[in-house]
Write a protein that binds this ligand. Structure first.
Ligand SMILES: N[C@@H](CCC(=O)N[C@@H](CS)C(=O)NCC(=O)O)C(=O)O
Length: 232
């Protein structure tokens, strides 16, 4: 049985880490049996980030590498029929969502004071004293440092919101009235799109980016469609 090591669920989502939720969504979409391990222990993770999997002793980290591994071992029911153009589009949108929009949403959760008040309670509220007195501030400093290292953290909040809104517009315009990102059939890109959009729309963290996404009802309908199909 595949063990998926992730953070404990928060914000009423399967996972408040969009990468962990992407991984669980992919496993559900591919119909692979798995067991969730909500340890949240990044220090045990091979790359000190979550999620990672342990599949009978094969430990794989990073959602993209995990999905490649799973496709190699168990087959590729979602993407096998994609054309080169569709693969190129999937790669481009995956990068837009995971490598860019993600960091704009990090701003709303970890940098903005109102968002941080929510994140702090949701992620660290259950932590025992004395850890909860200092771990949240240390974690916040670490995440903001990573954001700065990425480059997103060097922009003003207003600039970051504009960047995030542009990404949301691109996703909504590309999705248009299709049921799934690449058309009539779901593909692994939908694991990414669903996880990150649900984290934007359904986490109780208000921001201009979230309001921008809420103004495009096809995004909410898309997330509901994915939830009904894979999380019923
Ligand atoms: N590229 C990685 C990204 C994973 C990632 O960024 N995970 C975050 C949570 S959303 C994490 O573990 N952060 C902990 C840390 O940076 O200390 C993947 O696709 O799995």
């Amino acid at each position: 049985m595949i063990k998926l090591f992730q953070f404990a669920p928060a914000f009423g989502l399967p996972n408040a880490s969009p990468f962990c939720m992407k991984m669980e969504t992919y496993l559900r979409m591919a119909g692979l049996p798995f067991e969730l391990v909500n340890s949240g222990d990044v220090m045990k993770a091979p790359k000190h980030k979550l999620p990672y999997i342990d599949d009978g002793g094969n430990v794989v980290a990073d959602t993209t590498f995990i999905i490649e591994y799973l496709k190699g071992r168990y087959g590729d029911p979602l993407d096998a029929a994609l054309s080169p153009l569709e693969r190129a589009l999937a790669t481009a949108f995956q990068r837009l969502i995971e490598e860019n929009l993600y960091w704009a949403v990090v701003q709303t959760r970890w940098a903005d004071d109102a968002g941080w008040a929510r994140t702090r309670v949701a992620f660290f509220g259950a932590m025992p004293a004395p850890l909860r007195w200092f771990v949240p501030a240390l974690a916040r400093r670490g995440v903001l440092g990573e954001m700065r290292g990425h480059g997103m953290g060097r922009h003003t909040a207003q600039e970051i919101y504009a960047i995030g809104c542009r990404d949301v517009t691109a996703i909504a315009d590309f999705l248009a009235d299709k049921p799934f990102m690449l058309g009539e059939q779901p593909t692994s890109l939908d694991a990414t799109a669903h996880a990150f959009l649900a984290n934007l729309l359904w986490a109780p963290v208000d921001s201009p980016i979230r309001r921008h996404a809420l103004a495009r009802p096809t995004l909410e309908a898309y997330c509901q469609r994915m939830r009904a199909r894979y999380y019923a």
